[in-house]
Design a protein around this ligand. Structure first.
Ligand code: GRF
Length: 203
């Protein structure tokens, strides 16, 4: 499976995919790692293992829409079958997303539909939730609102801070993302409701 990853920061979820792929447990090929942040550590992680990278700063384009169009045109050239958003901290223009429907997924650190957007760990603690987690979902025009694919759950303990909770969840995110990409690579996950494979054929 040809995979492109978009990441804005640290890139630990990208690293989990790289590690699984290199261990031989995830049959994918990284065709591109792209970032909106020129100094994103994710780009260094990709370079370290010879994955092609693209650093494209938003201010290189006159408008948000022009930026998204440029970014996704460059991604299209790499010809991925799947795009993974792994800590990509931008809202993407629905017009450029549309052709990728069912072929672009995001990992979000909450049990969606709870807590779309930012500060999910603090919000879960402040709400007194007993459970927290992460969701991998298809990306649609609605922020963190596309059909969920899979979730990982963890308990929230008394005394948890957002930082402690985030760190505990991160290990589960890595497992979750690798598992979902493996299922997609195996052709075993369909776009919610429509039952199509990534190549568009019926399941
Ligand atoms: C993760 O918590 C992910 O769920 C969220 O941003 C964070 C990215 O971490 N969307 P990393 O860059 O993969 O280390």
């Amino acid at each position: 499976l040809r995979v492109a990853v978009l990441a804005s920061g640290r890139g630990s979820n990208l690293q989990a995919l790289i590690d699984a792929q290199r261990a031989g447990t995830l049959p994918i090929e990284f065709v591109l790692v792209a970032s909106d942040k020129v100094h994103a550590h994710a780009l260094r992680r990709a370079e370290a293992v010879g994955i092609p990278t693209l650093a494209l700063a938003p201010k290189s384009a006159p408008t948000r829409a022009a930026y998204d169009a440029e970014l996704f045109a460059r991604i299209a050239v790499a010809d991925p079958q799947l795009i993974v958003l792994a800590g990509f901290m931008r809202i993407i223009d629905p017009a450029v997303l549309e052709p990728w429907a069912g072929r672009i997924v995001n990992i979000h650190p909450s049990l969606l539909p709870k807590y779309p957007g930012l500060h999910t760990h603090r919000r879960a603690i402040d709400a007194g939730d007993a459970l927290h987690g992460a969701t991998v979902h298809y990306v649609t025009a609605e922020l963190d609102g596309g059909p969920p694919i899979a979730r990982a759950e963890i308990p929230i303990h008394a005394g948890d801070t957002p930082e402690i909770l985030a760190e505990r969840l991160l290990a589960e995110e890595h497992r979750l993302l690798v598992a979902v990409v493996a299922l997609i690579a195996a052709g075993r996950i369909a776009l919610d409701g429509t039952r199509v494979r990534l190549d568009g054929t019926a399941l």
